[in-house]
Design a protein around this ligand. Structure first.
Ligand code: Q9C
Ligand code: ZN
Length: 673
């Protein structure tokens, strides 16, 4: 199942015809440089090219008023003077004789994308469009936007394809107020937006862009705003909002379709956003959403004004949609204090609506919204918003490293009699028996010393790890008789290799004593339902969950808000995912876990499971090959005792692992910067 790419040169054929410092950044080159970068990196060729179409009046009227549509229809015939005049009715936007045509193509492109994803012609896709859409409202153009492409696409998906729940993720650096207004009271569309806000000083300076606009009436809880109150937000800030707000809520919501308002003005170098996230963060944001809705995801371009950063970010997004492993995320310290304040406020504003946030902390005693109120009293000043031209210092950042996909994606080590799943490469033990390795294994694993089968398996495992390490293959799956021994073997081997860091994720109880290391070469996270013992160390973490009907939601919550942030901060070179015979996870949860973990370690994942569980070889292989996991269904509330245990654990660990934090420290909240 492929990835659609929609682009048409026609959408480069309008531009600003007069002097306007606010609008001069929205140029046709935004599209041409993005498309050319996709070609240059060999990505356009790998996509299914889908033609644009014009959105019809009926499509546009799904979101806009008849009066507004009729008004826009006159613009191709206006003189320059009349176009300027027409433009003046709206904020931060310009018109051109050809923009109505392009706006119909931009909306139509989003609809074409929805059609080919919903009919299964492709798995996912991206539309490169101009004009953007998320600021335009029912009866108004705004912020370079004429028609609200993504809002129209969401309504269309519901109407034409019977989609019940749509998730809209708006990672553009501006608030898509047009999308918010459109779905404010609609519980079938969950709208998430993060945006530069600076306590309402940043455009569009709306009170309703703050975290406490949660939706109205039946739609209460289905509008999530994360205001950024400082510029310079980094990869950690973005990832922590995904792990602690968006993903838990999105999994609970269980969308049938994910639409992304894919603006890249939230990346480093952008003159509008002034943020510091690197272009490769979009590989991770994309990856983290790709297992929702059975993989049905449509990204539609919004903003992005730095002509170096924009194409890099577009390539990262498309390459991830194509299924290539994400690069290792760089410099993940922890979220900054201002981001933690925002996180804290959003989580507490939404805790009454989402069971995954029920335990979120109370609002800080001195609510950050007081700052906004103070500002409002002083009257919001526009100086931050640059009427005159503001000189922003040029940022430099390294070009994202080329993402090379190994010739073999998934290798398997399987006992005789277990068939090799389609698309995988079977490693036979004959091609890997290096006598040195075998002798070392014989010394280290007396249990296996007289068992030539066991020794052969262990040495194939070592060979597999080595091939993955040198990126000769991406990931692997091994079915073994003794999982604990295999795990120890790999951990011991990894501990000897320089620069290797292994994240060991173990589902179920570890039978044998585990070769503990506190030196950071391995981080063990195990999930089981044994009585909790005291926590061993920063690098040996046990998550206890009770079995029962809430297990799926408890487990999911633990994966999203504990395992993922730990994994991202640890930044392993290899993920070892171990399925113990008593793991107790159902297939879809297992596939979600396998899928999500591939965002780490450049996708270098090794899965171990026991012979008795060979029934799930096929679905594990499918996840390792990059197929989207099936969705989990709408989640129940997790067991309160599980949530509390999880919270206690997160609390205790957050001194060592900064990405686990969800609140700002009580003192020194950095008001005075
Ligand atoms: N410096 C999109 O990114 N001007 N639109 C703001 C503040 C409007 C952005 C002025 C920016 C509109 C799709
Ligand atoms: Zn934007």
């Amino acid at each position: 199942m492929g990835t659609a790419l929609i682009y048409d040169e026609e959408m480069t054929k309008y531009k600003l015809l007069w002097v306007d410092p606010v609008c001069k950044i929205e140029v046709p080159e935004r599209l041409t440089v993005s498309y050319e970068a996709l070609i240059k990196n060999g990505l356009a060729d790998r996509c299914v090219s889908v033609p644009v179409r014009e959105a019809t009046d009926a499509d546009i009227l799904l979101v806009h008023s008849e009066e507004y549509l009729e008004a826009v229809k006159t613009t191709p015939y206006l003189t320059l003077e009349d176009l300027k005049e027409f433009t003046l009715q709206y904020g931060d936007v310009y018109f051109h004789p050809n923009i109505y045509h392009c706006a119909k193509l931009a909306a139509g492109a989003a609809l074409q994308l929805v059609d080919c994803v919903m009919t299964g012609k492709v798995r996912n896709g991206m539309a490169l469009v101009r004009p953007p859409g998320h600021h335009s409202m029912r009866s108004a153009a705004n912020g370079f936007c004429v028609f609200n492409n993504v809002a129209i696409a969401a309504q269309y998906a519901k109407q034409k394809h019977g989609v019940k729940r749509v998730l809209i993720v708006d990672w553009d650096v501006h608030h898509g107020q047009g999308v918010q207004y459109c779905f404010e009271d609609d519980p079938s569309v969950l709208y998430f937006s993060w945006h530069r806000y600076e306590h309402q000083k940043f455009w569009p300076q709306l009170r309703e862009s703050d975290y406490d606009s949660v939706g109205k009436d039946k739609g209460a809880g289905f509008n999530i705003n994360v205001p950024w109150n400082k510029v310079g937000m980094k990869n950690s800030d973005y990832l922590s909002v995904f792990c602690h707000v968006l993903l838990p809520v999105a999994y609970e919501f269980c969308p049938d379709l994910v639409l992304v308002c894919a603006g890249f003005d939230s990346a480093i170098g952008d003159p509008e956003g002034e943020m510091c996230a690197s272009p490769d963060i979009f590989a991770h944001l994309t990856h983290l959403l790709m297992n929702l809705a059975g993989g049905k995801m449509c990204a539609v371009l919004e903003g992005g004004y730095n002509l170096t950063s924009l194409p890099q970010s577009v390539c990262q997004t498309v390459q991830t949609l194509l299924g290539d492993p994400a690069p290792r995320p760089a410099n993940l310290g922890g979220p900054c204090e201002s981001a933690l304040e925002s996180l804290h406020c959003v989580r507490s504003a939404h805790r009454q609506y989402w069971s995954c946030l029920k335990h979120a902390a109370d609002l800080p005693a001195s609510d950050i919204s007081t700052k906004r109120i103070k500002l409002a009293e002083k009257e919001i000043d526009n100086t931050a918003d640059g009427e005159e031209e503001k000189i922003v210092e040029e940022k430099v950042w390294p070009e994202p490293q080329k993402r090379v996909t190994p010739p073999v994606r998934t290798a398997v080590v399987l006992p005789d009699g277990v068939a090799c799943p389609d698309g995988c490469k079977r490693l036979s033990s004959s091609e890997v028996s290096d006598p040195g390795t075998v002798n070392r294994l014989r010394d280290n694993f007396p249990k296996a010393a007289d068992d030539s089968d066991a020794l052969a398996t262990l040495s194939s495992l070592i060979a597999l790890v080595e091939k993955v390490t040198v990126n000769e293959m991406c990931n692997g799956l091994a079915v073994v008789r003794d999982v604990s021994m295999a795990m120890s073997c790999i951990v011991q081997h990894a501990a000897t290799a320089p620069n290797s860091r292994v994240l060991v994720v173990c589902v179920g109880v570890i039978a044998d004593p585990y070769p503990c290391t506190d030196n950071g070469k391995t981080l063990l996270v195990q999930f089981n339902n044994k009585e909790p013992e005291e926590q061993k160390s920063k690098y040996n973490i046990t998550v206890h969950l009770k079995k029962g009907c809430s297990y799926v939601s408890g487990f999911t919550q633990a994966v999203l808000s504990l395992l993922l942030p730990l994994g991202y901060e640890y930044d392993p070179s290899l993920v070892l995912l171990v399925r113990m015979p008593d793991s107790g996870v159902c297939d879809s949860v297992w596939q979600q876990l396998t899928g999500l973990l591939q965002g780490l370690a450049q996708g270098h994942t090794l899965v171990l499971m026991q012979e008795a569980e060979k029934a799930c070889v096929g679905l594990t292989a499918s996840s390792l090959l990059g197929d989207a996991a099936p969705s989990l269904g709408q989640l129940h509330a997790p067991l309160p005792e599980d949530v509390e245990a999880l919270e206690r654990l997160r609390h205790r660990l957050q001194a060592d692992w900064k990405l686990l934090r969800t609140t700002a420290p009580e003192t020194g909240r950095g008001d005075e910067h």
